[in-house]
Write a protein that binds this ligand. Sequence first.
Ligand code: F6P
Length: 484
Amino acid sequence: MNTSRLFIVSNRLPITIITDDQKFKVQPSSGGLVSAMKSYLAGTSENKHNNFSETFWVGMPCCRPAVWSEAAQGIHESKFTYLPVFYNAKAYECYYNGFSNSTLWPLFHYFPSFAEYNTEHYNYYIQANEAFADTMIRHLRPNDVVWIHDYHLLPLARLLRQAMPELTIGFFLHIPFPSYEIVRLLPRSWREELLYGMLGADLIGFHTMDYATHFLQCIQMVLGLEHNMHIIQHENRLIKADVFPISIDFTLFDNAFDDAKVSVQRAGLQDKFKQQRIIFSVDRLDYTKGVSNRLKAYELFLQNNPEYREKVVFILVVVPSREYITKYAERKKMIDEMISNINSKIGTIHWQPVIYQYNSLNFEEMVALYTSCDIALITPLRDGMNLVAKEFVASRKDQQGVLVLSEMAGAARELTTALIINPNDEKEVSDKILQAMEMPSGEQSKRLEPMRKRIADYDVLTWAADFLNQLNAIKVKQQEFQIK
Ligand code: F6P
């Protein structure tokens, strides 16, 4: 029996505690990171690669310790134990809304003009990482495996490594890693500290080869470190940077097509929209998702193809996110106004061109929409991977429906038989909507088949096993290297 334990570390825990005066509410967290790790843990009994003696999930519950203790009494997880890290509200605001989401997020998604450079935010970001390290060090043993996730925790691996040199540490970035020209916008001492922070890990994973290549170029340009076939030699250690395109639970989405609740909801949608074709999209509220470009392209499509008026609806779901950040609140206002303009300008008494929901969907509602729509219109301006694209493809057991996908999403590297668009080219998006509307059923299934195969072959369990196996392999290689 393997005595090592797995510590999954992310800013957000799989549950979020919402506090309001004296009351609190526990709700499941959303987002790609949480859904991937939850799917991985749910499948671990079938996953021969996970033979850890115990699993912990370390994260910030964003509430006071007393509230957490009360909330935790009602939570029972069979696959892992929660390890909460506490940080006061003002500090969290600077670390999460500040440096993580108003500096790193816009920069890494190529929105440099949105990035703020605030020393107080940066200092709280480093301190938040130190809070993670302090909590973890109290629990860790040298033969444990730590798997750190995402841009909130770039310095953490190094902090842990300094305290416990023997640890096995993996780091996975869920967003793009940008080119050196973007990274160099960060003040010199920050960019150095962040890159050295990542190098505290033994294995550093990215969604695509482009992101891994950018990282390797950055450590050469910023830190003067070379690599040989993705392996970096640093402080008497071997560190590997490689590609692990995150995925979904293919079987869950594939089986959901025949689920009774999904079938009832699908029938309801098909009946309600029997006179119309459906275009569908769902995203978190984020300026990176390209919702306004998408709306402009849809409007252009209706202008250029008047025969489709009254014969199509665009069901647009936006999931609330990071609303306390000005750029997000502004985006929400802009989307609301654009939708109301399109509906009032082009719509009629009998027809609303855009049906808009600003709220999340549950699993059944989501799959019912994935499986009733004619087109999934996914047009981010920049996206690390985009799991919605994979979920749509996996849900289409009927091999019908067309994926229109932005070349700026990591998913476009794998889902190559989608209709690929540039989200800044409204005319191209509008033309591809028309091509998708008119695509024969045989071509739809021909395009979906290889994409479904790719996701079935490299699902989330394979992704996690691949990462953990390579982490183990580099550790072995590193030990051999240190003995020599
Ligand atoms: O990697 C990006 C990510 O962390 C994803 O997990 C998810 O899509 C989103 O950001 C969630 O953001 P937040 O935790 O800020 O709500």
